[in-house]
Each structure stands twice: as C-alpha cells, then as structure tokens.
Design a binder for this molecule. Structure first.
Ligand code: UDP
Length: 332
C-alpha cells in the first residue's frame, strides 16, 4: 500500500487517481487545509496534520504501508515571503515527523515533492540537477532543507528517496473531474481561467521589466498527469535499485507570462482583460528545467507536452467546474 501525503490536494489527488486507475492500493493523509475530500471520492482518508506524530503513528499502525509519496506542503512563493516561519514550520517540521514515523515503522522509501524554487537565479539554462541551489524565497528554502534532511536520513538510516524538483505544474485530469482549486488562487493558469469565467476582473501581470524578450517572467509548464506518472516511475526505480536520486521535472521549454495569456486566449477563442503591475517579490526571471535525467533514467516521456494541451485540459476542468469542488458539493 502506498501512503500519499497531501493526497487530496491538487497534485496529490491526480497521483491518487493515477495509482488507483492502475489497480494500486492507496491511503491518503491530508489536513484538508488546502485539499478537498471530493477530489479523492471514497479513497481511505485520514484527516490530520503531518506535524502530529501520534496521528501519523496511527496511520502507519493501521495500514500496511510500503512506501510514501509526499505532497503535503504549503507551496505559494508569494505567501512564503510574508509568512516564512509558517513555511519552515509546516514544510520542514511536518516532513521530519513523517520521516521519524517512517523509520519507526521500517518504511524506507519516499518520493518527495521538491521544487524549481530551490534553484533561484541561474546562469546555465535549462537548469541541470547539478546546478548550485540558491533559493530566492522561503518556500524554496524550506524544500531545500528537507532535501538535505533526506540526504542525512539516507546516510545515517539507509532511507532511500527520490526528490522530484517540479517546475510549473498545470493542467487537469483528462476527465475534467479533478483539477486545481485553491482559495485564494495565486497560480497563473487558474487565474487566467477565473478572468475568462468573469470570476475576476482581469489578470495582473507581475512585472514586465525582467531581462527576458517580452519583459515578463519565463516558466517551464509541466502537465500534472505527466508529473504524477514520473512519481510512479521514480517509485518503481527506487524499488528496483534502492538508490536515492534527485530529478528535475519539466518540459524543457519556457513560456513568458504574456505568452501563456496569449495561448489561453487562442485556446478559448477570445481575449482576456489584463494589466501590468509591479513585480511579485521572490520571483526569479527564468526557470526552465533540464529533465534529461528523468527521461533517460526513469524512461519518462511527457505526453501532454504542448502549452495548448496543458491549457486545454485546465480549461476543461475550470469551465466544467467554475466553482471548483464547492460546485460538486452543491450538486450532490
Ligand atoms: N503570475 C502573474 N500573475 C498572476 C500569477 C502569476 O504574472 O496573477 C506570474 C508569476 O509572477 C510567475 C508566473 O506567473 O512569473 C508563474 O507564477 P505561479 O504563481 O503560477 O507559479 P510559481 O512560478 O510561483 O511557482
């Protein structure tokens, strides 16, 4: 059985669905602070906080857990700049409690969600896993601390990990029944969808004075289904080789904020109101992944690898569920 921590969140719920669609047994832990019960239907769910060791002990005692995939974290760059201790307390503290419980129960494999935010400003683009890490915000710093903790847990306890450094995750399950639903929303693609659905007046572009061709930030967008597939492959590799590794996950192509908005407009066939505002603190100008390691070592090949496809699946979810999961509850 696989424990998915944060399994009712955006990425976690897609992971849960992916594993279940392949007949794998899953148990989910989620605080439901960001997650949604409705996103995992009748999957076995324990509601609680990763920082609570007694709660975690109960989960491990009651289930034959063989490996852990950990998505449970706060993940907003902007918020982390205003509440750094919230990020260190939850993201680092929660993972330490999880690792302690794993060791106590002889579970020694974890796939851990890390982030491109561990890199910060880089000279070499696409960024390889070997690049020096220089996080520019507490979110990235909190993930890098956990990466370090994992290395020590491997050296001292033989715990084996796959650290997956995600670039910008977007899109939704092809069914359109699960997708991104944050409140308040802060990610670019769902924000454009909200403006397209008249749920917000306009899209605010955070800065057009970066050193990029059109002045707006460049990011590497990766589809959530491709991302969760990489987790499954990474876990398979861990079982097979019992070696810890760190992999980037991205498409290796960068799109500016303006290009993402233009592509969205093309997909839906109309324009979306937008305005340029100040930069958002903590945002590096360019983040593009070098993901050859995941492609060669894990045999990972992103399938939803055009920005149009990523945006189309996101739009399918948002237009079918303009109020996110709240709408499904109202319908029941
Ligand atoms: N962004 C923007 N307006 C928004 C939200 C995001 O211009 O309302 C920009 C943001 O500055 C960044 C990019 O879009 O350059 C992606 O931001 P997002 O929050 O989606 O992901 P992050 O890169 O922070 O993980």
């Amino acid at each position: 059985m696989i424990l998915v921590c944060g399994g009712a969140g955006y990425i976690g719920s897609h992971m849960t669905a992916y594993l279940q669609e392949r007949g794998k047994e899953v148990v989910v832990v989620d605080s439901l602070v960001m997650g949604h019960r409705e996103s995992i239907k009748d999957t076995k769910l324990y509601v609680g906080d990763l920082c609570d060791s007694d709660f975690l002990g109960k989960v491990f005692s009651e289930n034959p857990i063989e490996a852990v995939i950990d998505f449970a974290a706060f993940s907003l760059v902007g918020e982390s700049m205003t509440a750094p201790l919230k990020y260190f307390g939850n993201n680092v503290g929660g993972t330490i409690a999880l690792l302690e419980t794993m060791l106590k129960h002889d579970v020694n494999k974890i796939v851990f969600s890390s982030t491109a935010a561990v890199y910060g400003k880089q000279e070499v683009i696409p960024i390889p896993e070997t690049a020096a890490t220089r996080p520019e915000n507490p979110y990235g710093a909190s993930k890098l601390m956990v990466e370090d903790i994992l290395k020590w847990c491997d050296s001292c306890h033989g715990l084996k990990y796959s650290v997956l450094r995600y670039f910008n995750v977007a899109g939704a399950h092809p069914s359109g029944n699960i997708g991104e639903d944050h409140s308040p929303e802060s990610h670019l693609i769902p924000i454009i969808a909200q403006a397209a659905l008249n749920k917000r007046e306009k899209v605010t572009i955070y800065g057009d004075d970066y050193l990029t061709p059109d002045g707006t930030c460049i990011r590497d967008y990766i589809h959530v289904m491709d991302l969760v597939e990489a987790h499954d492959l990474a876990l398979g590799k861990l079982r097979q080789q019992n070696q810890s590794h760190t992999y980037n996950l991205g498409n290796g192509k960068g799109f500016s904020v303006k290009e993402v908005i233009e592509t969205f407009e093309k997909v839906i066939g109309r324009t979306i109101p937008k305005e340029v505002a100040n930069r958002r603190p903590g945002d590096p100008a360019v983040l593009i992944a070098g993901s050859e390691k995941a492609m060669t070592k894990l045999n990972w090949q992103p399938k939803y690898n055009s920005l149009e496809t990523i945006i189309s699946t996101a739009w399918n979810w948002h237009s079918k569920n303009p109020y996110g999961y709240a709408r499904s509850v109202l319908n029941e």
